[in-house]
Design a protein around this ligand. Structure first.
Ligand SMILES: CC(C)NC(=O)[C@H](Cc1c[nH]c2ccccc12)NC(=O)[C@H](CCCC/N=C(/NCCC(=O)O)S[C@H]1O[C@H](COP(=O)(O)OP(=O)(O)OC[C@H]2O[C@@H](n3cnc4c(N)ncnc43)[C@H](O)[C@@H]2O)[C@@H](O)[C@H]1O)NC(=O)OCc1ccccc1
Length: 287
């Protein structure tokens, strides 16, 4: 199998001539905004595997610990700013009518870069959303309350560069937070019941929003796809990672943007591999 191409001008011509474009984005897109990736730092948050905290089981076991993990990521996301990669994607969405961007990121930076809501799908939810754990239907989008509640204040404290927050220091024990001190569902309370609120993200083992999967598949199978952009993802989580091959089978030229040479696996001579940062390459590729 011949190796993927790397010529920016050649790819730019293909993209300018393309009608239907699909993109899949991951944590690498937000690295230049100062946000950690899932696999960065060995995929650990303190002594915990990030992926193991992103599960319903972990929340059942210790909702305080999981809330601290998400309150910390919320705080970072609220402090962060979109980077040139987010803005380039938002501009492409305004230029290209048939461009659909699928993001696995829950940081909300693409919408904050002005990416039209109609042209982006947040497959795994949004850190700024808070919903009822018992699925009573209550949901709020909250970009202001940081920390979400007083018991999570440790997650919203900032430390000078080089000084490790005790929250992140595995040698410093975390105080156990009692469920009654965690965010409570106001609707359940009004009904005389109690229920915790949870982060509005999709945890491992949970299905993605049904309507969304159907909608993306309908978009994929409506007409051939000309270009598939794979940006800053290790493509290890499904069903998101499956869209690249689906688009390739629909005729798409695949372009991967990632500093990791391993990310070019599965590409052939028709495809492109741009080894570097999303904030560096996307503005150039979309000019
Ligand atoms: C681990 C994996 C094998 N497991 C899964 O995929 C599971 C199970 C599964 C389902 N189908 C399968 C098929 C095969 C095998 C397993 C499965 N999937 C699910 O559970 C999904 C739900 C998945 C969603 C989970 N929620 C997340 N996020 C929200 C929460 C939260 O964020 O806390 S996933 C989360 O992790 C993933 C992290 O991946 P990346 O974003 O790619 O980040 P990563 O750190 O890995 O990589 C960063 C990349 O950036 C690059 N990079 C670095 N710097 C830069 C730079 N500067 N520029 C560009 N790139 C850069 C790096 O080189 C690297 O390549 C993202 O998807 C992210 O959203 N639900 C489901 O399928 O429901 C029905 C069902 C249920 C049960 C059983 C069957 C079916």
């Amino acid at each position: 199998m011949s190796s993927p191409k790397t010529d920016v001008d050649e790819f730019r011509k293909i993209l300018n001539g393309a009608n239907r474009i699909l993109a899949l984005c991951g944590a690498g897109l937000s690295v230049a905004s100062g946000l950690p990736t899932f696999r960065g730092a060995g995929g650990l948050w303190r002594e915990f595997e990030s992926t193991s905290l992103a599960t319903p089981e972990a929340f059942e076991d210790d909702p305080g610990l999981v809330w601290l993990f998400y309150a910390w990521r919320r705080h970072l996301a609220l402090k962060a700013k979109p980077n040139a990669g987010h803005y380039a994607l938002a501009e492409l969405a305004k230029k290209k009518e048939n461009f659909l961007c699928l993001t696995q990121n829950v940081d909300g930076l693409s919408p904050r870069a002005g990416h039209p809501e109609s042209a982006i799908r947040m497959l795994h939810g949004n850190l700024l959303d808070i919903t009822c754990y018992n699925k009573c239907g209550y949901a709020e989008r909250n970009a202001t309350r940081d920390p979400v509640c007083p018991s999570l204040a440790a997650a919203a404290e900032d430390y000078p560069p080089g000084q490790l927050s005790p929250l992140l220091d595995p040698s410093v024990d975390l105080a156990t937070i009692k469920p009654e001190d965690l965010p409570q569902c106001p609707d359940c309370k009004r009904r005389g019941k109690t229920s915790l609120l949870r982060p509005g993200v999709v945890w491992f083992g949970e299905s993605l929003p049904d309507g969304m999967l159907l909608e993306v598949d309908n978009w994929l199978y409506k007409d051939p796809v000309d270009v598939m952009l794979v940006i800053g993802t290790s493509a290890a989580v499904y069903p998101a990672a499956g869209y690249t091959n689906k688009a390739k089978r629909r005729g798409a030229v695949v372009a991967v943007i990632n500093p990791d040479p391993q990310a070019k696996s599965g590409l052939d001579g028709k495809d492109f591999f741009f080894q570097g940062g999303a904030d560096e390459f996307l503005p150039k590729l979309f000019e």
